[in-house]
Design a protein around this ligand. Structure first.
Ligand SMILES: C[S@@+](CC[C@H](N)C(=O)[O-])C[C@H]1O[C@@H](n2cnc3c(N)ncnc32)[C@H](O)[C@@H]1O
Length: 227
């Protein structure tokens, strides 16, 4: 279970100076997800968007096919409120049902695909990550893809220092305000990063049949796992 729930202030900062400036390859991985799902799914597919707060994936996917339907799940009402406002403004609101909660609170589906972007580091690796992946897998049709994108960093001191240096350097080069970059870098210590090897182990243990990489930018990796 996550320990951090994004509040109104964080939801506002998310758009102004959040992942757009702080996450390497953010626009590119959203485009990659849209491309992969466009190539894979039927016109009437239903898609589960985990960590849908802010609305980035919903807004990237909704224009791709008019017949796609979405269920968005996120524990932060403020982040989901931001997603709802964007969907409404773009005329997509009736195609997305948004649920405040966690994976266990998501409708059963089964869904044709799921996305999970930048959220697993919020879940501790104390059984929480495995439970999350199992909850998502059992809501997917057999063979349906889960597209996951997140950062990976080793806690080994030298590797962690290198990660923070890259994180700060990337944010500053993207033009994020220095105080914000330093604050966000400071918050990294409270997240639950694992190695890519550990993540693959968790995906396999959760019962997914296959895992393939589709994206990498610095320490951000994207994988497709099939249920
Ligand atoms: C960094 S934001 C990413 C939002 C969006 N997926 C994106 O890529 O722009 C992390 C989001 O995950 C949500 N979150 C954190 N823990 C979660 C969990 N256990 N299940 C679902 N969502 C979670 C947060 O509330 C927040 O909206």
């Amino acid at each position: 279970m996550t320990e951090i729930v994004f509040n109104a202030e964080m939801a506002k900062a998310y758009d102004e100076k959040g992942p757009r400036l702080l996450v390497p390859g953010y626009a590119a991985f959203l485009q990659a997800i849209a491309t992969l799902l466009e190539a894979d799914l039927a016109d009437d597919a239903s898609i589960l968007v985990m960590g849908a707060g802010g609305g980035a994936e919903l807004m990237a996917l909704a224009p791709v096919r008019a017949g796609w339907r979405f269920v968005g799940v996120d524990p932060s009402p403020d982040m989901l409120g931001a997603a709802q406002a964007k969907l409404a403004e773009a005329g997509h609101a009736e195609r997305a049902a948004l649920h405040v909660g966690y994976a266990a609170d998501a409708p059963e589906g089964p869904f044709d695909a799921a996305t999970s972007c930048l959220l697993m580091p919020f879940i501790p690796d104390d059984g929480g990550k495995l439970d999350y992946l199992r909850q998502v897998r059992r809501r997917l049709k057999p063979g349906a893809p889960l597209l996951m994108v997140e950062g990976f960093a080793s806690r080994e001191p030298e590797a962690w220092a290198r990660y923070l240096k890259l994180y700060i350097t990337h944010g500053l080069l993207r033009g994020a305000p220095e105080a914000h970059v330093n604050m966000a870098a400071g918050a990294q210590a409270g997240l639950h990063y694992v190695s890519t090897a550990r993540q693959k182990e968790l995906i396999t243990e959760a019962g997914f049949a296959s895992i393939e990489p589709f994206f990498q930018a610095l320490y951000i990796h994207g994988w497709i796992a099939r249920a």
